[in-house]
Ligand binder design. Structure first.
Ligand code: HEC
Ligand code: HEC
Length: 202
C-alpha cells in the first residue's frame, strides 16, 4: 500500500469524523496520526467501540507487536484489522506496541454470573492450566497476552476462532482450544472478562 496513508486505507471502514489527509509517502505517518486511526475502533480512552474489538491499552508490548506483524504478513486475518496493519512499517509497529503497552488498561466492568465462574474455573481453566502461560492473574507476560478484563465478546470470538482453526497464528492455542468443548467457551470468556487487576503487574 505504498504511498497511501493509513487514513486513506481505513477511511472506507470507519464511520467517524477522522480527518482525511494524504501523507508524503507511507513512512510520513506520525505516531499521533496513527493512534488517531486506531482510536476509531480501539477507543479514545481504551474502551473499544465494538464488543468484538479487543482492548489494546495496557496489553503486553511484544504480544501487540507480534499481532501487528502477524496481521501484516497474513498469518492472522481480519477484514477490519488486516488492511490497517498492511500499511504499517516495522518502525510504526514498534512505536505503536510500545505506546499502547504503556497506557492504562480500561475497567470495562463485566461481572460474570456465578454459574459461568464454576464452569470456567473448575472445568476448563484449572485443569488445562491456562495460568501456566497466562500467569497467576491472567496478566500474561511479554509474548502471552493479558486476558483479565478483556472484552467478553472478543474473547469468545477469538477463542472460537482458535477452536475452529480460523485463527492459526499460534498453533499451541489452536490445539488447546480444539480440545475444549465449544459450549464451554462462553463461560470461560465471561469469567476472564470479569477479572480485574488492581495495578498492572509487569
Ligand atoms: C476498522 C477498525 C480497526 C482499526 C482502525 C484498528 N483496529 Fe486493531 N483490531 C480491530 C479488530 C476488529 C480486531 C480483532 C480482530 C480479530 O477478531 O481477529 C483488532 C485487533 C487488533 C490487535 C490484536 C489484539 C489482540 O488482543 O489480539 C492489535 C494489536 C490491534 N488491533 C492494534 C491496532 C492498532 C495499533 C491500530 C492503529 C494503527 C488498529 N488496531 C486499528 C479493529 C481495528
Ligand atoms: C503453552 C502456553 C499457553 C497455554 C497453556 C495457554 N495459552 Fe493462551 N495463549 C498463549 C500464547 C503464546 C498466546 C498468543 C498467541 C499469538 O501470538 O497469537 C495465547 C493467546 C490466547 C488468547 C488470545 C488473546 C487475545 O488477546 O487475542 C486467548 C483468549 C487465550 N490464549 C486463552 C487461553 C486459555 C483460556 C487457556 C487455557 C484453556 C490458555 N490460553 C492456555 C499461550 C498459552
Amino acid at each position: 500500500m505504498t504511498g497511501i496513508s493509513l487514513h486513506m486505507a481505513v477511511a472506507g471502514l470507519l464511520a467517524t469524523s477522522t480527518p482525511l489527509f494524504i501523507c508524503e509517502g507511507a513512512s510520513a505517518q506520525t505516531l499521533s496520526d496513527l493512534t488517531q486511526v486506531c482510536a476509531g475502533c480501539h477507543g479514545d480512552q481504551g474502551v473499544p467501540t465494538e464488543k468484538t474489538t479487543p482492548v489494546i491499552w495496557g496489553q503486553n508490548r511484544d504480544y501487540l507487536l507480534n499481532q501487528l506483524n502477524d496481521f501484516k504478513i497474513g498469518h492472522r486475518k481480519n477484514e477490519l484489522m488486516s488492511p490497517v496493519a498492511d500499511s504499517l512499517s516495522r518502525t510504526d509497529m514498534e512505536e505503536l506496541a510500545t505506546y499502547y503497552s504503556k497506557q492504562p488498561w480500561p475497567n470495562l466492568q463485566q461481572p460474570a454470573p456465578p454459574a459461568d465462574v464454576q464452569v470456567a474455573a473448575h472445568a476448563v481453566l484449572n485443569p488445562l492450566n491456562c495460568r501456566g502461560c497466562h500467569q497467576m492473574h491472567y496478566q500474561g507476560d511479554m509474548v502471552r497476552p493479558r486476558l483479565a478484563g478483556q472484552q467478553d465478546e472478543y474473547l469468545l470470538k477469538t477463542m472460537t476462532d482458535f477452536h475452529t482453526g480460523e485463527r492459526m497464528n499460534y498453533i499451541g492455542m489452536h490445539v488447546l482450544m480444539k480440545s475444549v468443548d465449544e459450549a464451554a467457551l462462553k463461560p470461560v470468556a465471561a469469567y476472564l472478562a470479569s477479572l480485574q487487576i488492581a495495578a498492572h503487574p509487569k
